[in-house]
Design a protein around this ligand. Structure first.
Ligand code: GUE
Length: 285
């Protein structure tokens, strides 16, 4: 593998093997980490992701249950399921796979999850705590990015980080996390005029917009670190990111590939959050 590539798959593997021992330790103390996943509908990408999450749980000894509902399931049924999972002491983490069908109010669903079991870190309580610097669940993708930067030995303090994309699950939280690590942060989005003017200034460039190969060599600074959060299909149906990796590669110092970059780290952080949830409930340090 090109030495410029930050190998998310490899870092994920290392982290998962560490977690595996932690799970063994927890089991010795009588605690079996347990994740519940709610999936509504038949979106093929969602089904694949959920399957990958199940597999990852199994691999490191976390129990997982997937509750799969038909597309036309009403909101109340899902809310009732969440309530049941909230009050079940054997369940430590609850994840509702997004996106949900349109007739279901995702905001309402997320608010129904017990914040202590919100391993996605999407509940307003966890978002509020995070902003205030209190202990909280951090969304898996941004957390995975921070861990990758650390593992790759990229220092963050004093760097100019440019975040392209402002979603609640990636853009906004990763900017906040980088800020907490003393980066100077610029947010760009669909209404940003002359995007390139900003991206070329980035020491650390995070791209999470969902547009195939949007970022070209001209858009990056020499020696930049680039994190590609995109998960797109190109015109040939091939999985690709928001960055034209081959084109920018000669110019950057480090870059995450797609696949094999941020994706595997996202799932790994879900496992980490689930273990954390189990430890907290059972008051294990
Ligand atoms: N409640 C919720 N939480 C999420 O964390 C969540 C979600 N909903 N909805 C969808 C997005 C997307 N997401 C991915 C996770 C792993 C890969 C992943 O492992 N990707 C592989 C490739 C997978 C493939 O081949 O399709 C890789 O990049 O190497 C991708 C995408 C989690 N999400």
């Amino acid at each position: 593998m090109n030495t410029k590539l930050i190998d998310g798959k490899e870092i994920a593997k290392k982290k998962r093997s560490e977690m595996k021992s932690r799970v063994v330790e927890l089991k010795r103390l009588g605690v079996q980490p347990h994740l519940a996943v709610i999936l509504v509908g038949e979106d093929p990408a969602s089904k694949t992701y959920v399957k990958n999450k199940e597999k990852a749980c199994q691999e490191i000894g976390i129990l997982s249950n997937v509750f799969h509902y038909e597309t036309d399931t009403d909101e109340r049924t899902i809310l009732q399921k969440i309530e049941q999972l909230n009050s079940d002491p054997a369940i430590h983490g609850i994840l509702v796979q997004l996106p949900l069908p349109e007739h279901i109010d995702a905001k309402k669903i997320i608010r129904a999850i017990d914040p202590k079991k919100d391993v996605d870190g999407f509940h307003p309580i966890n978002i509020g705590k995070r902003i205030l610097g209190e202990k909280s669940f951090i969304p898996c993708t941004p957390l995975g990015i921070i861990v990758m930067l650390e593992e790759a030995g990229v220092s963050i303090s004093g760097k100019h980080a440019v975040v392209v994309g402002r979603s609640n699950i990636v853009g906004k939280p990763i900017g906040q996390l980088l800020l907490d690590k003393d980066a100077t942060v610029t947010y760009c989005h669909s209404k940003t005029k002359n995007l390139k003017e900003y991206t070329v200034q980035a020491d650390i460039l995070i791209v999470a917009v969902g547009k195939s190969r949007l970022i070209k060599a001209d858009d990056v600074k020499e020696g930049a670190v680039v994190i590609d959060v995109g998960m797109n299909r190109d015109e040939n149906g091939k999985l690709c990111g928001d960055v034209d990796t081959l084109e920018v590669l000669p110019k950057v110092s480090r870059i995450t590939p797609v696949p094999g970059g941020v994706g595997p780290m996202t799932i790994t952080m879900l496992l980490a959050n689930t273990i954390e949830a189990a430890k907290t409930v059972h008051k294990i340090g």
